[in-house]
Design a protein around this ligand. Sequence first.
Ligand SMILES: Cc1cc2nc3c(=O)[nH]c(=O)nc-3n(C[C@H](O)[C@H](O)[C@H](O)COP(=O)(O)OP(=O)(O)OC[C@H]3O[C@@H](n4cnc5c(N)ncnc54)[C@H](O)[C@@H]3O)c2cc1C
Length: 384
Amino acid sequence: MRTRVVVLGAGFGGLELTTILSDAFGEAMDIVLIDKGDAFVFGFSKLDVIFGRQMPAEIRHPYRDIVKSGVRFVQSTVRFIDPTARRVRTDTGTFDADVLVVALGADLDPAATPGLVEGGNEFYTVPGALALRDVLPRFERGPAIIGVTGKSFKCPPAPSEAALLLHDYLVARGRRQATEIAVVMPFGTPIPPSPDTSEAILRAFAERGIRFVKDRLVQALDPKRKVAVLNDGAEMPYELFLGVPVHRVPAVVVESGLAADPFGWVPVNKKTLETRFPAVYAVGDVNGVGTPKAGVFAEGAARVVAASVIAELRGGPLPDAYDGAGSCYVEFGHGRVGRVDVNFLSGPKPTGTFQEPSDALRSEKVRFGASRLERWFGRRITET
Ligand SMILES: Cc1cc2nc3c(=O)[nH]c(=O)nc-3n(C[C@H](O)[C@H](O)[C@H](O)COP(=O)(O)OP(=O)(O)OC[C@H]3O[C@@H](n4cnc5c(N)ncnc54)[C@H](O)[C@@H]3O)c2cc1C
């Protein structure tokens, strides 16, 4: 009988995992990839849409294009996970697995921050990015805040990138003199594991007159008074608010017993990404392995799980432990991109090395995206 692998979530983690397993086993394995959506979107593409660098249709990569031997894509919502039986119930049927991989990412909850839905613009979802794209041209004067509302959030550089790109956008529209930009973040520096990257971002902020409010969260917006209320009670006036919404463990994962509560990311064995249930793994944003929530870490985790499955089935040695290493590209504005190479799990504390923003790294970021589309969807994308 073919080994049945069921992968929940076709994001960075799920797509990488199914691709490796399909390459290794082809039709000899029965892989079911389940996602409620019909298309993959890179997180960073949302910034491209907001600032008019890409059209909404260009950033969607339909799952129907996945043609991988041994892989069946099922578009359906996962309603129930039984990790003991390795059984999953979806809107279109029930799936039993020999190996179950939970890669459902982090859910976003803008409504958890009072006033955000009514008086601000979250920019982490595609609808939020589209709405913001239409709001920006009407922003003429006054303070803009890019504010983080929860401690754990995807892509820690994204709020800083949004601020730098907003600066460029306002300069191009001739509105920068009439506006102010501030970033509110729960960290002491923009990228804590990499002092060099943090310094470069803070330097870029200082050159552009962007204020960095450290160690704070935005707790609420008061849309009537147009103020953001921080977690120390301080208030900041705003005309435009770009919010990073509260992130939560998907409810279906909490209900399964894999996670204790909405903010307790799924505990896993740090080396193998296996949960406390045998042959049930959690990869990517949904797990609590200790890496930031970013696609590159979801991919790295997926590679370790794939290697374990391959070793198990073929009887080879188990792979090296997950090292929590990855490279994140950071948009600095002016069309330039920097890079931070971080490693979270190899040493006693996280480390990061920084590469200065350049045109070459911008091209490298484009190649990063194109190479994933080629690998996951078999599609060649021409570089822009
Ligand atoms: C503005 C922004 C910029 C970013 N920039 C970068 C960057 O430059 N580099 C980087 O590495 N990362 C970046 N990220 C972060 C990155 O997008 C995520 O960390 C990454 O997608 C996580 O991968 P994942 O596989 O864990 O989850 P996801 O990619 O979120 O995939 C989870 C999938 O599960 C599906 N799903 C959820 N619940 C259900 C359910 N009940 N039933 C069925 N399907 C379900 C979802 O539809 C989704 O497709 C950025 C994110 C944002 C918002």
